[in-house]
Design a protein around this ligand. Structure first.
Ligand SMILES: Cc1cc2nc3c(=O)[nH]c(=O)nc-3n(C[C@H](O)[C@H](O)[C@H](O)COP(=O)(O)OP(=O)(O)OC[C@H]3O[C@@H](n4cnc5c(N)ncnc54)[C@H](O)[C@@H]3O)c2cc1C
Length: 502
């Protein structure tokens, strides 16, 4: 069977893969591409997670695409509205017909002789193996394992008479009205679940081992809505987007440079929200400084309001064991529950689990260095769309999409078929890919590439710097090697077609 060939293959139809489709179509119009998606629908994160209250925890003016203004009234949007926005995007921009659902990418092997990837895919429920070839492989596969969320091995779970639920596998039409609920965890998912479940549950307790920084933002952005009423949608969106980018950048830098002042400020906001008698010191005073781990956002103080109304509470303690009736804690206290939600996080997964070989030799990505936050040392024609940890994902993912297009156009213009970031700097100091101390990062960071101490191997986590480097910086920067391996006779016709297409 002949393999289907594309100039670019995109893996994943979430925010990043759909963005990739848009930019490939508009910036590289002569190039062929397809999006391979393991699931049966678009949306990735925003389709997978179905727990009560699921919503963004960053504003939609920066989580939305640069090319499609977010017109919803809410800055912090629910999962359904985000999915609807993505559906509109694929339909409006002719991306839907490029997506192949039920295609799980397993392996990719690079042939230097042919300057192309052969991609092995399992298709459909029967896992039929099919192959594709492409010149450029663009992984938009997200950052976590879709099969399984993180669930620590708590003792005694088999004794618990109630129901244990993980947010990543929320049961359809699950009715918890009138039930006593314990949510284990205090990350973004837990702080979303608690007020949402408290609307019908008998009571909800958020059980945390240690506190997290939580700050409240208005669910609607009055400046954005004011601008939208007066200016064309694109102009208003652009201004709000930059306002939010700069505000987030400023706050992140403030937290990292002045941790004591930042801690005091966040504590003051919390006291305002929870009242002078609340024990902020025990439940909302983390061991780490602001932004050493991701900050949690809640819209319109919904979590704190629910707590003030007595419908939810926070317990800071550790689980000794599950019991028939609920949980026994290290302090000796017991929490009775009908439902226990393990909002204990995600398992990170690099490159959607892809196994890659270069001319038959397996690539160990943990030994590579990231290049411009998107490619890997000595690995040709492969990029990964990975977003920010301290700002909206889409800001960076879109910069990467555009850069991939620039690379493809540069290769077409110069008649080259291979681009490989080459690490030739002997003084480069390695450091972990992500500098967050969060458990989910620390559990998996050894599988990720390293970052270097200098450009272009350093990961910025800074939109303004990345904008300069990825949008306006040179693609032929002296580190990226553009080459044109000898073309075997059998491939000459197709390869000539590729160069001509640009
Ligand atoms: C609950 C939750 C809330 C979040 N909220 C925010 C937020 O408010 N702001 C923010 O900036 N970020 C947030 N994030 C991070 C979020 O994942 C990104 O915002 C964004 O949705 C990621 O988009 P993506 O397309 O890169 O990845 P994903 O949404 O993860 O999509 C990846 C797609 O690739 C597919 N795929 C993966 N591997 C393969 C393979 N081998 N073969 C074929 N297909 C594959 C998956 O099926 C999936 O459809 C949140 C994450 C979670 C889990």
């Amino acid at each position: 069977m002949t393999n289907e060939h594309f100039d670019a293959l995109v893996v994943g139809a979430g925010i990043s893969g759909i963005g990739a489709g848009y930019h490939l179509r508009t910036t590289c119009p002569g190039r062929t591409y397809a999006i391979l998606e393991a699931r049966d629908d678009i949306g990735g994160t925003w389709d997978l997670f179905r727990y009560p209250g699921i919503r963004s925890d960053s504003d939609m003016y920066t989580l939305g695409y640069s090319f499609k203004p977010w017109k919803g009234p809410k800055a912090i949007a629910d999962g359904w509205s985000i999915l609807e926005y993505l559906r509109q995007t694929v339909n409006e921009h002719g991306i839907a017909r490029q997506i192949r659902f039920g295609h799980r990418v397993k392996r990719a092997s690079w042939s230097s002789e042919q300057a192309r990837w052969t991609v092995e895919v399992e298709r459909g429920e029967r896992n039929e193996v099919v192959h594709f070839t492409c010149n450029f492989l663009f992984m938009c596969s997200g950052y976590y394992d879709y099969a399984q969320g993180y669930a620590p091995d708590f003792p005694g779970t088999e004794r618990f008479a109630g129901r244990i639920v993980h947010p990543q596998k929320w049961p359809e039409a699950f009715d918890y009205a009138g039930k006593r609920v314990v949510v284990i965890g205090s990350g973004a998912t837990a702080v979303t679940l608690v007020p949402a479940m408290a609307t019908t549950a008998a009571r909800v307790t958020m059980l945390q081992r240690s506190p997290t920084y939580i700050i409240s933002l208005p669910g609607e952005d009055p400046i954005a809505n004011w601008l939208r009423r007066r200016l064309p949608a694109r102009v208003a969106y652009g201004i709000t987007r930059w306002k939010n980018v700069l505000l987030a950048l400023w706050f992140y830098r403030f937290c990292r440079r002045h941790p004591t002042r930042a801690r005091a400020l966040v504590t003051k906001w919390l006291r305002n929200d929870l009242g002078p008698d609340y024990d902020v010191g025990t439940h909302f005073n983390p061991r780490y400084n602001p932004w050493e781990q991701r900050l949690c956002l809640v819209p319109d103080s919904d979590l704190f309001k629910t707590m003030r109304e007595g419908r939810a509470s926070v317990v800071t303690d550790q689980i000794e064991t599950f019991t028939e009736k609920g949980l026994k804690l290290r302090s000796g206290a017991e929490l009775e529950a009908d439902v226990i939600v393990t909002a204990t996080g995600l398992n990170l997964r690099f490159l959607g689990g892809l196994e890659a070989t270069l001319d038959g030799v397996r690539v160990d990505f943990a030994k590579t260095f990231n290049y411009k936050g998107m490619m890997f040392s000595d690995v040709p024609n492969l990029a990964l769309a990975i977003g920010y940890t301290n700002a909206s994902w889409t800001l960076k993912a879109e910069l990467i999409c555009r850069y991939v297009c620039r690379l493809l156009n540069h290769m077409a213009k110069t008649g080259t078929r291979q681009c490989t970031p080459r690490l030739r700097d002997p003084d480069l100091e390695p450091s972990p890919f992500l500098d967050l101390t969060s458990g989910y990062v620390q559990r998996a960071i050894h599988m990720f590439p390293k970052q270097g101490s200098k450009r272009p191997w350093k990961l910025h986590q800074n939109y303004a710097l990345d904008l300069m480097m990825l949008r306006y910086g040179k693609v032929d920067d002296g580190v990226m090697e553009f080459s044109n391996p000898a073309i075997p006779v059998a491939c000459q016709e197709e390869a000539t077609g590729l160069v001509a297409a640009g």
